[in-house]
Ligand binder design. Structure first.
Ligand code: HPA
Length: 231
């Protein structure tokens, strides 16, 4: 057990998929995994371990924001010897050209957050994906015929922000915004682990357009299949 995860050692697979929303873990477990069982349920964050085409995977949740992602991914890497974490999340788009349902494999996450600096002395304000899982996702997408963009993301601590395109987003050419990837990449960089982040666009900031519940489910299924086929 770790402080925030109730599984015992060996109950968590080497590869973990982390959606933001805890309810998605059960959905993925029920619909995509075989022989899946719940291995942790602390604070409503359920973890399930099962098999996808004979490969063992664990699905959990990161919760919202860098602090929450920071806790779960750090404990998974350090207490359960996890090698690879794939975030599956949603993001807002700063640009009209990036539309609802577009899928993104994050190349680099830029953030105003001090998390990496104060946790690990990492001074960079932009961090790239870690290890080769990013490339596996791109090649898997190609073989599945799934279109995926490779873009830079702004990982923000602020959801409600009046500035339509913050300075850091411009500085690092970030086309989309979310709230967790920088924390995951910082932990993986420090611990020399693999990390990738797949996002689907659920809102367009300049127009206020948001994705319907039905389309959310469709793009979630695409992200799940792509992540599971990549591991
Ligand atoms: N801002 C920040 N995080 C998000 C957004 C957004 O517009 N959409 C999905 N995650």
């Amino acid at each position: 057990m770790s402080i925030h995860i109730g599984a015992i050692r060996g109950e968590i697979a080497k590869t973990v998929l982390l959606p933001g929303d805890p309810l998605r873990a059960k959905y993925i477990s029920d619909n995509f995994l075989e022989k899946s069982r719940e291995v942790s349920n602390i604070r409503g964050i359920h973890f399930f371990t099962g098999k996808y085409k004979e490969k063992e995977v664990t699905i959990g949740a990161s919760g919202m924001g860098i602090p929450s992602m920071g806790i779960y991914s750090y404990e998974l890497y350090t207490e359960y010897e996890v090698d690879t974490i794939i975030r599956m999340g949603t993001c807002g788009s700063y640009r009209l050209e990036i539309g609802l349902q577009d899928l993104i494999n994050v190349r680099l996450a830029a953030s105003e957050s001090t998390y990496a600096r104060y946790a690990f002395g990492i001074e960079e304000e932009s961090l790239s994906y870690q290890g080769d899982i990013y490339h596996k996702i791109n090649t898997t997408a190609k073989s599945l015929g799934t279109e995926i963009r490779t873009l830079n993301v702004h990982t923000s601590d602020i959801f409600y922000r009046p500035d339509p395109e913050p300075v850091i987003a411009k500085k690092y050419a970030c086309d989309v915004v979310e709230m967790e990837t920088f924390g995951l990449f910082a932990n993986a960089k420090y611990l020399k682990k693999n990390a990738a982040s797949i996002l689907s666009v659920t809102d367009i900031l300049p127009t206020g357009e948001i994705m319907s519940a039905k389309d959310r489910e469709r793009s979630l299924n695409q992200m799940i299949t792509l992540s599971l086929e990549s591991v």
